[in-house]
Design a protein around this ligand. Sequence first.
Ligand SMILES: Nc1ncnc2c1ncn2[C@@H]1O[C@H](COP(=O)(O)OP(=O)(O)O)[C@@H](O)[C@H]1O
Ligand SMILES: [Mg+2]
Length: 376
Amino acid sequence: MSKQQITNNKQVKAIGGETYLNKNCWLVKNLNSLPYTRCQYCELRFRHCLFLQYQVISALLICFALALFYILDKKLSFAPIIIVFAIVIIYGYFFNKSTEKIIKSNFFEKKAKEELKTLSSKLEDKVAEQTKEIKAKAERMLKLVEMRSDFLDIASHQLRTPTSVIRGTLAMMRDGDMDKMKPVERSKFIDGMYQKSIKLEEIINDILMASEMETGSEMNITTDDQIDLTDLVNKIISEHIFDAQAKKLQLVWQKPNESMLIRGSLKYLGETIDHILDNAIKYTIQGAVTVTLAKNVDKVLLTIQDTGIGIPKADQAKVFNKFARAKNAKNAYTDGSGLGLFIVKEVIDKHPGAKVWLESQENKGTKVYLEFILNK
Ligand SMILES: Nc1ncnc2c1ncn2[C@@H]1O[C@H](COP(=O)(O)OP(=O)(O)O)[C@@H](O)[C@H]1O
Ligand SMILES: [Mg+2]
């Protein structure tokens, strides 16, 4: 039987339908047809059937009337029989009409109630769904407003300083003040401008990446690049040698002799490791930054340890939050967006099985751990 036929049958057999048969009805069961139109609206069992009750009462009345006539007249003549049957038939006709009306109106009332119930439950669902949507939108708006004010904060403090240094130096060039300077002094100013432009670019990049992360779930990082961590870390370290040297820091790379294969996003993991190494160098005044990479059964552990200013205990829990900076870092280094570790955490969270955490002691140093699933 086709699907269409099944649904058609269902429609036809629906209570109230033209050929609806109440299978609980004795008459329907025995005659297997619709005995009276009102039965299509009736779901009652036969023993509750008004029609049956009418029949039983009628039969009793007929017997009683005929018996009465017989007792009074001592015989049963044709006229009283006709009268009794005529009364019963007329009574039956009106009885049938009125009960049909009652059953029909009960049926329509019940149907209307049911429809109202499904409608109101549908309405409730719709309202709940829309409330949820509105709530999510409101939360998102709140987040955006928060982000906007955070961004304004960053823009006013972090972006203004480098731009004003760059503008000041350019003004000196324009006005010929630089020409009067000794070459050493001049190159100091130009280098300052260059460093500030790098800072500016870094902060802008961080903001862009963090907002990309914020728009969140829509951003799909594909984490199926085959990455050799040994190679990747090696490349990133070579890019930081100059920064470490400039600060007279030792940059120790305990490079393993083997490849460490993992799956992930080459671009984003590169940025992540770069951010952590950048922090280690930035927040270390003297001493060393040590990078190690080790295999442990089915995992790979990358650690970046420094002998820097460390993170006060009270701030350790929040440094992975957006725009969060520890007190000591804020005091010692005015520039910084507080977005680096937020981006790191977001990227790592998008890599199945990967983890990031840190251990730190104020004025002693920090150790950041990155753990990945080894891809054998
Ligand atoms: N290696 C580190 N040593 C000391 N403090 C660190 C180190 N790495 C991160 N931090 C702390 O975590 C904060 C957040 O780091 P990050 O998100 O990279 O922001 P930013 O470097 O722009 O301030 C820093 O401001 C600093 O307080
Ligand atoms: Mg940073």
